[in-house]
Design a protein around this ligand. Sequence first.
Ligand SMILES: [Zn+2]
Length: 187
Amino acid sequence: MRVFSILITVFLVSCSTESKKDFYIHEDVPEYLHEGIITAANRINETAGETLLSYKGITDVEYENVFLGDKYNVVYHQRKDYIGRHGSMGFAKINYLPAIKGTIGWDIFLNAEKYDFQNVDDEHIEGLHFNSIVDIEGVMVHEFMHSLGIRHSEDKDSVMYPTMEKGYDFKKRDFSQEDIKQIRDAA
Ligand SMILES: [Zn+2]
């Protein structure tokens, strides 16, 4: 049995490296949001100095079909039956495996039931005061950070602060010093 358990461990570790990097966008995510999602991943990669998240394409994999060890890390845009906490903008579901002290896959769910995700452009941010409009790139930076195993921060300047507020705060893409350290540690 010893050989068997060693093989399993090796398999899971290689899964971990694989699933950490590749992600897919679900076909239900409107096309105008794709760029914001990919840009968020690239912002993290640039800060890390290496590729932590790489975009692989569009998938039709349903989250009900996702199982532990699945290599599809999918970004979902849920217009109904949002599976996250009520009121939250998004949610990263991490498949954490204690045996390897690591993740072997994750999926991100955007609450499109309650929020209107948009590419909020820098010049118009001050004019937006509608609670329901949310900057896709800001939310994705936060959720991708969770997918890398990074937790919430109490620092209001951190992208990992648990809430975003309307007005200036609802676009939050810039990393704090602590965020940059966390990204580099995750690399
Ligand atoms: Zn969070």
